[in-house]
Write a protein that binds this ligand. Structure first.
Ligand code: ASP
Length: 438
């Protein structure tokens, strides 16, 4: 029998109506055996996610404000879901316990994690599935990173005991017994960890969009959905700002070779996007798979005559950045010039010191920092085969009157990265999109 691990995001479980859709999706396929759950998200645009309400409770308690009235709103959300589902389930003892625990300094992560915990109890009850508490199966190390081996060993044994189970996302336990969460959106990671431990055939990640779009719909007109994308292509796109799935959610399933399918709870008939290790088998309708971009970069530009002949020059410059704990994004270089692209915020408060150190330590002729750069990544496994892709990208951008300040093509030929002025961001993105997609 096939095993699918399904994760439902906050908007998929925001109210009773959404719970009903989720139950229908799960019950329509017996392979959907293990369900990972987020906390109730927004029901409408101005709504507040339960996770954010819990963080707020934590702050109120810390500031010695009276939290009872605000906490009652969280209780209302859970009680409302239970009532509207017609469930015979009294969650008041749990709600009371959580409030008291928060008042007794159980920590910020504990507070936040209760959103997933309580929602999972309700969904497990509604589906008639077993409940596995993440604190018994997801382990962190003392340094805060996931203890992958222990988690996988314990979790896979635990899953074997149940045919069907609900597991809260987002949190696990530290060696000292305190609750710790992943970073925001971290239920995606839990889903991936469970998929690996269950040796699942598929990890379905259900959200409120029908997969990844080829680009940002706020910038581009009607970008199509990506049918299939490789893990590596996705890493490139999400690093540059495409957000549907948590960045770190790829790793557990990637090593196990389990595909991820992004699906839409509100449109379950849509096939969504498949994320796979080798997307070659999937036809790509376009040479490029997607475009993503990010503003807020600066270039440290260094000039020195005969730089190319000086052994160790690059290393010495990068050591200076290392001393300031700055990581660089790109390093396009000429014969007597070197440009280092870094995030502008990383330079805050230490620009002068960096310029001074570089000038002094490598005896540069000229060092300056240029701001206002945005990076655009054009990503696609199809680019390796299609001749002239780079030329098409550059022609499209220059025909739109945009000056290209930097070019970087990775040796994998999976992406081309351009740096343009921030105010030309939208124009450049649209020009590339229209060249390849329209
Ligand atoms: N509820 C958490 C958040 O809002 C985790 C998640 O939904 O993945 O970030």
């Amino acid at each position: 029998m096939l095993t699918k691990v399904v994760k439902f995001g906050g908007s998929s479980l925001a109210d009773a109506e959404q719970f009903k859709k989720v139950a229908q999706i799960i019950k329509s396929d017996p392979a959907r055996r293990y369900v990972v759950v987020s906390a109730p998200g927004k029901r409408f645009k101005e709504d507040t996610k339960v996770t954010d309400m819990l963080y707020r409770c934590y702050e109120m308690i810390r500031n010695r404000e009276d939290v009872d009235a605000y906490y009652a709103k969280i209780c209302d959300r859970y009680n409302g879901i239970i009532r509207e589902l017609g469930l015979q389930f009294d969650i008041s003892g749990e709600l009371e316990y959580v409030k008291n625990a928060m008042k007794h300094a159980s920590g910020r992560d504990f507070a936040a994690s209760r959103g997933e915990y309580l929602n999972s109890l309700i969904l497990a009850k509604y589906l008639g599935f077993s409940f596995i508490d993440a604190e018994n199966v997801i382990f962190f190390k003392d340094n805060g990173s996931l203890d992958e081996e222990r988690t996988n060993a314990v979790l896979s044994e635990e899953l074997k005991k149940y045919n069907h189970a609900v597991i809260p996302g987002f949190y696990g336990i530290m060696p000292n017994g305190t609750i710790k969460t992943f970073s925001r959106g971290g239920s995606d990671i839990t889903g991936s960890i469970v998929a690996r431990a269950a040796e699942a055939d598929l990890y379905e990640n259900w959200t409120d969009v029908s997969g990844f779009l080829m680009g940002d719909p706020r910038v581009l007109k009607d970008p199509p959905t990506i049918d299939a994308i490789s893990y590596r292509e996705l890493r490139e796109l999400s690093y540059m700002g495409a957000t549907v799935l948590h960045d770190e959610a790829i790793f557990p399933v990637r090593y196990a070779g389990i595909p991820i399918n992004i699906r839409n709870t509100n449109a379950p008939e849509d096939a969504g996007t498949m994320i796979v290790s080798d997307a070659a088998a999937y036809e790509t309708p376009h040479v490029i798979t997607g475009i993503a971009g990010k503003k807020g970069f600066s270039v440290i530009h260094i000039e020195k005559d005969m730089m190319n002949a000086e052994v160790g020059f690059g290393r010495r410059v990068l050591e200076i950045l290392e001393d300031h704990e700055i990581s660089f994004e790109h390093l396009p270089s000429g014969i007597d010039t070197m440009s280092i692209v870094v995030s502008s915020t990383a330079l805050d408060g230490r620009r002068d010191r960096i310029i001074h150190s570089i000038s002094r330590l490598v005896h540069a002729d000229h060092v300056e920092i240029l701001d206002g750069l945005c990076l655009i990544a054009v990503v696609g496994r199809g680019m390796v085969k299609a001749k002239g892709t780079a030329a098409r990208v550059f022609n499209a951008v220059s025909a739109a009157g945009v000056n290209i300040r930097m070019i970087d093509q990775g040796s994998s030929e999976l992406n081309i990265i351009l740096g343009v002025d921030e105010d030309a961001y939208e124009i450049a993105m649209s020009a590339i999109f229209n060249e390849f997609v329209k």
